[in-house]
Design a protein around this ligand. Structure first.
Ligand SMILES: NC(=O)c1ccc[n+]([C@@H]2O[C@H](COP(=O)([O-])OP(=O)(O)OC[C@H]3O[C@@H](n4cnc5c(N)ncnc54)[C@H](O)[C@@H]3O)[C@@H](O)[C@H]2O)c1
Ligand SMILES: [Zn+2]
Length: 370
C-alpha cells in the first residue's frame, strides 16, 4: 500500500492506494470520526456488483450504516438526484456528525461531495473511487458539482474529503473502455508535469491489469494532482494546466453529443492536438512530440464528428455565440513533462492547426471541415 498526504491549511487528508486494503483501512478512519451514522452514496450498478460491500466492512462497530442508491449515469448528475440524497439524509435522521461515503466513479463522487458540502452547511465525507478516472482525477482536489441543463458542472463547490481510499481490486469489474479513458487523465499528469511518470507508463501496458504497476502509476499521478491542488486549490493559476487537452476535448464531447464518447476518449484526442500545436509552434521538440504521438496512437480510438466550419469551431471554443473574443487561454507544452498557460492564443491559429491536424490524423478523427 502507498499513502499520500494532501496538505491544505487545516484540511490535510490521506489518500491510501493498494489492492485489498479497504477492509483494514476504512474501519480505522470511520471510528476516529466518532459518528453513529454512516450514509453510503452509490449507484445501482455498483450496488448490484458489490452488494452491502461498504456496510459489511463497517458493521460490527456499533455504527448504523444506510445506503442511498441512485440511478447510474451522467444524465442523473443533476439537482433532482441531489435532492434525492437530501431526502434520504433527512429520512434516516442524519445530522451534523453524519459521515457520508461516496462509493462510485466521478459522477457519484461529485454529487455526494456536493451534498456533503451543503447538508447542514457541511458534513464530513470520504471518497472510495471505483473508476480509474475517479482514482486519479475526480477524487483528488475537492471539486464537487452537479450539471445544469445548460451547462456541465455549473452548480457546485469546493469540498475536500476527510480521506480517500483507492481500492484497486474494484477495477477488476470496470469495463475496458472506462479503464482506458481513465488512463488518459493519468497519462496527462505525466505529460504536463512529470516526464518520469510518462517514462514509467510507457514501458507497461494497461491490460491485463497489473496491480503493482497501477499502484505506482496512480500514486505518482495523485502526487502531481495533489501538489497542484495544494498550490492553487481554486484554480486561479497553475491548476488550469490540468485542462491540457480539454479545449478540443470539450468541443468533441459537445459536437458529437454528450455521451457518444467518454470524456477521456475526447480529451485523449485533445491532448494529441495540443501536443501537435505545441510542436508546430516550435515550443515542443521533435523527439518529445514523437514519443507522445507514438504512445497516444496506441490508445486513441477513431472519433467521428459532424461537419464543422470556422464559425462553429470558434463558437464552441469560446462557449459563446455572441463573444467578440479572438483568443483563449490554451495549455501548451514546452517539453515533455512541462506545460504552461499560453494566454491570448489566437482562435484563428487554432482553427488553422485543427484543419491541418484532421487532414493528417485520419485514423483518429473523421470530420468534414468546411
Ligand atoms: N471533481 C473533479 O475534479 C472531476 C474531475 C474529472 C471528472 N469529474 C466528473 O467525473 C464524472 C466522470 O467520472 P467517471 O469517468 O468515473 O464516470 P462514472 O462515475 O459515470 O462511471 C463510469 C461507469 O462505470 C461504472 N462503474 C464505476 N465503477 C465501476 C466498477 N468498479 N466496476 C464496474 N462498473 C463501474 C459506473 O456505474 C458508470 O456506469 C463526470 O461527471 C465528470 O464531470 C470530476
Ligand atoms: Zn478531464
Amino acid at each position: 500500500m502507498k499513502t499520500l498526504k494532501v496538505k491544505l491549511p487545516g484540511r490535510d487528508y490521506d489518500i491510501d492506494i493498494g489492492e485489498n486494503i479497504l477492509h483494514k483501512q476504512l474501519p480505522n478512519v470511520v471510528l476516529k470520526k466518532n459518528t453513529d451514522l454512516v450514509v453510503v452514496v452509490t449507484n445501482e450498478t455498483l450496488h448490484d456488483l458489490y452488494p452491502d460491500y461498504i456496510s459489511s466492512i463497517i458493521n460490527g462497530y456499533g455504527i448504523r450504516v444506510a445506503s442511498c442508491v441512485l440511478p447510474d449515469g451522467e444524465q442523473y448528475k443533476n439537482m433532482d438526484t441531489l435532492s434525492k440524497i437530501f431526502d434520504f439524509l433527512m429520512a434516516v435522521s442524519a445530522n451534523r456528525t453524519t459521515l457520508l461515503i461516496a462509493f462510485g466513479g466521478g459522477v457519484i463522487g461529485d454529487m455526494a461531495g456536493f451534498a456533503a458540502a451543503t447538508f447542514f452547511r457541511g458534513i464530513p465525507f470520504i471518497q472510495i473511487p471505483t473508476t480509474l478516472l475517479a482514482n486519479v482525477d475526480s477524487s483528488v482536489g475537492g471539486k464537487t458539482a452537479v450539471n445544469h441543463p445548460l451547462g456541465k458542472n455549473t452548480i457546485g463547490s469546493f469540498k475536500q474529503p476527510e480521506y480517500v481510499c483507492i481500492e484497486l481490486s474494484l477495477l477488476k469489474t470496470l469495463p475496458s473502455r472506462e479503464l482506458k479513458a481513465g488512463f488518459i487523465e493519468l497519462l496527462k499528469h505525466g505529460i504536463i508535469h512529470d516526464e518520469t511518470l510518462f517514462d514509467f507508463v510507457e514501458s507497461f501496458s494497461l491490460e491485463p491489469l497489473d496491480f503493482e504497476f497501477l499502484e505506482e502509476a496512480i500514486f505518482r499521478s495523485c502526487i502531481i494532482k495533489g501538489s497542484i491542488v495544494e498550490k492553487d486549490e481554486t484554480e486561479t493559476g497553475i491548476r488550469a494546466t490540468l485542462n491540457f487537452g480539454h479545449t478540443l476535448g470539450h468541443l468533441i464531447e459537445n459536437h458529437a453529443g454528450y455521451g457518444k464518447y467518454l470524456h477521456g476518449e475526447a480529451v485523449g484526442l485533445g491532448m494529441f492536438y495540443a501536443a501537435f500545436v505545441s510542436w508546430r509552434s516550435n515550443k515542443l521538440i521533435e523527439d518529445d512530440w514523437r514519443r507522445i504521438k507514438i504512445f497516444l496512437s496506441k490508445i486513441l480510438i477513431t472519433i467521428k464528428l459532424p461537419p464543422i466550419d470556422q464559425k462553429l469551431f470558434r463558437e464552441m471554443i469560446l462557449h459563446d455565440k455572441k463573444s467578440q473574443k479572438q483568443s483563449i487561454n490554451f495549455i501548451m507544452l514546452s517539453k515533455l513533462g512541462v506545460s504552461y498557460i499560453s494566454k491570448e492564443t489566437s482562435v484563428d491559429m487554432l482553427w488553422k492547426e485543427f484543419k491541418e491536424f484532421v487532414e493528417i490524423f485520419t485514423d483518429f478523427i473523421e470530420i468534414e471541415v468546411r
